[in-house]
Write a protein that binds this ligand. Sequence first.
Ligand code: AMP
Ligand code: ZN
Length: 115
Amino acid sequence: MEECIFCKIIKGEIPSEKVYEDEEILAFKDINPAAPIHILVIPKKHIATLLDVSKEDNYLIAKIYEVINQIAKDLGIAKDGFRVITNCGKDAGQEVMHIHFHLLAGRKLGAKIVG
Ligand code: AMP
Ligand code: ZN
């Protein structure tokens, strides 16, 4: 996974504004925020897309939601609400082939979830 930019962020080879980190999960600010709060939550294990999630990763995916829950409370967005999005493949516009969960908040996000 030499050229995966999110793996490089995990290794500290590319800087990021970390919001949360443990041995399995990293959350950092999106470099091009689409909302006042825009955080990317990723597993440290390189999984390219949602289609590459296997049974053994179930724990990681569940833990990502647990982390999002905690971040939302820590950042004070739990009450007003937030949105979680995972793009998969070209029609969804997935640019980085390391599975990630966009956490968006801080403004009224609108009824439509598509851009
Ligand atoms: P997606 O289109 O779902 O693959 O989302 C990729 C996201 O990664 C975009 O919102 C980018 O702004 C974000 N991104 C790309 N490079 C970086 C980086 N070095 N640090 C933080 N976010 C990044
Ligand atoms: Zn990666």
